[in-house]
Design a protein around this ligand. Sequence first.
Ligand SMILES: CC(C)(COP(=O)(O)OP(=O)(O)OC[C@H]1O[C@@H](n2cnc3c(N)ncnc32)[C@H](O)[C@@H]1OP(=O)(O)O)[C@@H](O)C(=O)NCCC(=O)NCCS
Length: 160
Amino acid sequence: MQIKFLAHYPHFATPLAHYHYAEWHDLLPLWSYEEALTELENHAHSLDLPTTIVAVEHKQLLGSASLIIEDLPESELLSKYASLSPWLANVYVIPSRRGQGVGRALVEAIEHHAQKLKILQLYLFTEDQAGFYDRLGWSRLAQVPHQQQILTIMSKTFAP
Ligand SMILES: CC(C)(COP(=O)(O)OP(=O)(O)OC[C@H]1O[C@@H](n2cnc3c(N)ncnc32)[C@H](O)[C@@H]1OP(=O)(O)O)[C@@H](O)C(=O)NCCC(=O)NCCS
């Protein structure tokens, strides 16, 4: 398996947008498939921030992760955290390859990339995967209700 920039595999933008939209449209009902695709097509031209990386094996797409400037959905309860930036987002592994270290490799690659960009702190929110990020050394900052769910906001700090 290799971790590469989406910019090197721009044809993966469309299948990734389908995966992302199917995974998260219940949580983000105002978000459309077209927005998902536009974001990824933009990232397919960007190697710093925002950007998306992909896990690839034998030319097959295994998963993704993004480094983006803003990620939180708009809501009064979340507004307190709206100024936090940048965010780890779009962490996704295809179902048949979960539990094999692909997610860890993607998150660690984004962390490494952020450190190369001199970013000292990264944020994420998750509906139900806080345990995964705990394993990767992230800290829980807050739990905030959103769309009948509880979102956990987490962060990771890097040494300068
Ligand atoms: C969450 C997700 C990215 C994890 O990817 P993965 O490739 O299965 O994870 P890995 O195999 O790299 O797991 C890394 C470690 O986390 C642990 N882990 C994985 N999922 C976990 C969970 N839900 N709770 C607790 N620990 C978890 C693994 O056991 C492993 O531990 P170890 O390295 O100490 O043995 C994947 O399940 C997924 O794509 N889910 C759907 C999309 C999603 O929810 N993304 C997160 C949005 S915030």
